[in-house]
Design a protein around this ligand. Structure first.
Ligand SMILES: [Zn+2]
Ligand SMILES: [Zn+2]
Length: 317
């Protein structure tokens, strides 16, 4: 299928976009050049009426996000521009970053459940890592008695998990298995979150990069491949029942060089299709040039077997 839409895009309104050219106007113009019929803008937002925003989300409020709307050019040459957002779902606390009522302000909402790089917010740290931090804080307190307890906790908390490894005699938890389990568990919790169910009944709702952990490389491939197939199927069936679409996110298909042969995400999406899930495609671009990545979507749609009839109604043409 020739994909002529892109529903997952970020621009300078997201804190993670560093391309000074990535204004709303430039992105819309690029989307027109790419021949899209539907173009969606989905910057990261956290609804300030939901308590618990992380430091990173605190400035990305709804009012701020809505300002972008005024920058959408009027003449888009017949291309439909949808005003969406990518909010957050924190599986560890079962917190959805947006109320269903707020979601009405948008044409559609992307809900990610796999931002596993946001440790201690989206996904809890494993117990061995927590123990290691506690020991480190105790050592720092002994070495620098003048430091306050809050300061040593902050220092011990600042290190990345990988940086703590030399201090851990042997990790007690198989991290890959932990992530694999989390993907299914967080998805399942999301499907049963009452606010999410209200959202799905209110506004077109899409799971952003479903079952795709933020970790890259070989680890990513193993994690996705090791997911329990029966649980995956149940998750997909529940999403289909709720009318929730999946974001076929080009960055989550690692086997580009082999034309997506043996790509673990292709298999996940095939399962979703068998369960009746509908799809939208997304580049997850954070730059103007990055929007070109959507050209990979045609090959991905072939590999999975996604045709026009499998797309969400609201992006069909
Ligand atoms: Zn995301
Ligand atoms: Zn994104």
């Amino acid at each position: 299928m020739h994909v002529t839409h892109d529903l997952h895009t970020h621009n300078l309104f997201s804190s993670c976009s560093y391309d000074p050219q990535a204004t709303t106007r430039n992105c819309v113009r690029k989307a027109m050049e790419l021949g899209h019929r539907v173009f969606g803008i989905s910057n990261h937002l956290w609804d300030e009426s939901v308590p618990g925003a992380s430091q990173w989300y605190r400035g990305q409020t709804i009012g701020y996000g809505l300002e972008l709307k005024a920058n959408i050019p009027e003449d888009t040459g017949g291309m439909k521009v949808l005003f969406g957002t990518e909010t957050e779902y924190c599986g560890m606390s079962d917190t959805l970053g947006m109320r269903a009522e707020t979601a009405r302000l948008f044409d559609y909402v992307l809900v990610p459940h796999t931002h596993t790089h946001m440790r201690g917010f989206v996904i809890d740290e494993t117990q061995d890592v927590k123990d290691c931090r506690a020991e480190l804080a105790a050592s720092l307190a002994r070495a620098y008695p003048a430091l306050s307890e809050a300061a040593v906790r902050k220092m011990a908390g600042a290190l990345k998990m990988e940086e703590l490894l030399p201090l851990m005699s042997q990790p007690q938890v198989d991290y890959e298995r932990y992530i694999t389990g989390f993907l299914l568990e967080s998805f399942w919790r999301l499907m049963h979150n009452p606010e999410f169910r209200r959202m799905a009944a209110t506004v077109p709702t899409v799971i952003a990069h479903p079952f795709a952990p933020a970790e890259g490389g070989e680890r990513y491939i193993r994690v996705v491949r090791n997911m329990d197939r029966e649980l995956l199927r149940e998750c997909c069936r529940t999403a289909a029942d709720l009318g929730v679409a999946f974001d076929v996110n080009v960055w989550t298909f690692p086997c580009r060089d082999s034309r997506y042969q043996d790509d673990p995400m292709v298999e996940v999406m095939r399962t979703a299709k068998e369960c009746g899930v509908r799809f939208v495609f997304g580049s997850d671009s954070h730059t103007v040039e990055g929007l070109e990545a959507i050209r990979q979507a045609d090959a991905i749609s072939e590999a999975v077997g996604i045709g026009e009839q499998d797309l969400a109604d609201w992006v069909r043409y």
